[in-house]
Write a new protein. Structure first.
Length: 210
């Protein structure tokens, strides 16, 4: 075989390998980089250190026993919380407040109901326990530090996109800047045949009610 032809044949594997490397590199770049530990860890610490906040939004939920929705107003001051659930046009206002030791459910014209946790009160109210203690952190787009070890997935810009923790599968999206933070505007949770969607309309870290 002439030398020119042999050189051409030998160059083909090299060209194929080069083309494959370019395609692999392009594929990796299109997926978006996962956040490095040094990027995510300070972000998580900053949000977990955010202990005073308020929000307004709408909660929709589905379960085998009940489907429904409610307007939500949540105020958090350290370990103390004040959660108000209201139906359309202000009907059926329910207030759950307390801390890590005690939770109290109040409804107009009825006796107060007390329980060790807010989750127990929401189970009485909704038919299933809304994980209020974990949601104090989930609402900010970070895992709950005192709960089970989470499984995390991030979007291309470094925010938490999916979280599996305490038996719940959660999705976060509609992130937007709020002061010094970037916070989710929608959280969807699923546990078996129970699901909820919380759409946050107003976020206020720190100050007065939105």
């Amino acid at each position: 075989m002439p030398a020119k032809s042999l050189s051409r044949h030998r160059s083909r594997p090299l060209l194929a390998a080069l083309l494959l490397a370019v395609l692999v590199a392009a594929g990796c770049a299109s997926r978006g980089p996962a956040p490095e530990t040094h990027d995510w860890a300070p972000h998580q610490r900053d949000l977990q250190a955010l202990r005073h906040w308020q929000l307004e939004g709408k909660l929709g939920y589905r379960s085998p026993e009940h489907n429904g929705s409610a307007f939500v107003r949540w105020q958090q001051r350290g370990e103390a919380f004040d959660l108000t659930l209201t139906g359309p046009f202000g009907a059926g206002a329910t207030r759950i407040s307390g801390d890590r030791q005690l939770a109290v459910l109040r409804q107009p014209g009825r006796d107060d109901i007390r329980a060790p946790t807010a989750a127990e009160l929401t189970e009485w109210l909704l038919g299933w326990p809304l994980p209020v203690a974990e949601m104090v952190e989930w609402i900010k787009g970070v895992p709950a530090p005192a709960s089970s070890r989470p499984l995390l997935n991030f979007n291309a810009t470094g925010q938490l996109e999916r979280l599996e923790q305490s038996g719940w599968q959660l999705q976060f999206d509609r992130f937007y800047p709020v002061g010094d933070f970037v916070l989710p505007g929608r959280i969807r949770g699923t546990q078996g045949d129970i699901s909820f969607t919380l759409v946050i309309k107003a976020w206020l870290p720190g100050g007065d009610a939105p």
